[in-house]
Design a protein around this ligand. Structure first.
Ligand code: IMP
Ligand code: MG
Length: 171
């Protein structure tokens, strides 16, 4: 397994993103983070610990049916949020934007719930794989078209616990 992003590089970038987010929202207003399970949970847990107490969290889970390293394009809602989004500043927190299909689906269904604002934060982006244009305001790192694992990202549910990002062997 080849290390692509070391944990110290990830930590400092996440701290920068947290500071950027804090700057972008009016002081004192709540920022509601929606973590996309499962891949987004490690990124979100580091992100919120670099933010001020005005942050709140919720979780949503989707499946793209894909068991392989290729996304199938079909998205299904597996677990919905616990609370409503009306009038709130919402940020979707996702591990990686690949084809863009998952995020397009999520942005559409969450925007329909009338948040005050809706933005997206992704730790990683693979722009060369994009099938649909999708807006992501906060991107940690832009990477090449390689299948990566670690820091929340899995292959067949494994490697989510790595504190760094690695390229899977043979990719
Ligand atoms: P998209 O809908 O194609 O943008 O796919 C996004 C989802 O595919 C991510 O949330 C990941 O779960 C998964 N995915 C895409 N690329 C990778 C990767 O390199 N490693 C692990 N999971 C990935
Ligand atoms: Mg994911």
């Amino acid at each position: 397994m080849n290390v692509l992003l070391r944990d110290d590089a990830i930590q400092s970038r996440v701290t920068e993103l947290a500071a950027e987010i804090e700057r972008d929202y009016p002081e004192g207003e709540e920022i509601h983070l929606v973590c996309v399970l499962k891949g987004g949970f490690v990124f979100m847990s580091d992100l919120i610990r670099a933010m001020t107490p005005r942050v709140t969290v919720d979780f949503i889970a989707v499946s793209s049916y894909a068991k392989s390293t290729k996304s199938s394009g079909e998205v299904r809602l597996l677990k919905d949020l616990d609370s409503g989004l009306e009038g709130r500043h919402v940020i979707i927190v996702e591990d990686i934007v690949d084809t863009g299909l998952t995020l397009t689906y999520l942005q559409d269904i969450l925007r329909a719930r009338s948040p005050k604002s809706l933005r997206t934060a992704c730790l990683l982006s693979k722009p060369s794989r994009r099938q649909v244009e999708v807006t992501v305001e906060y991107i940690g790192f832009t990477i090449e078209d390689r299948f990566v694992v670690g820091y929340g990202l899995d292959y067949a549910e494994k490697y989510r616990n790595l504190s760094y990002i690695a390229v899977l062997d043979g990719q």
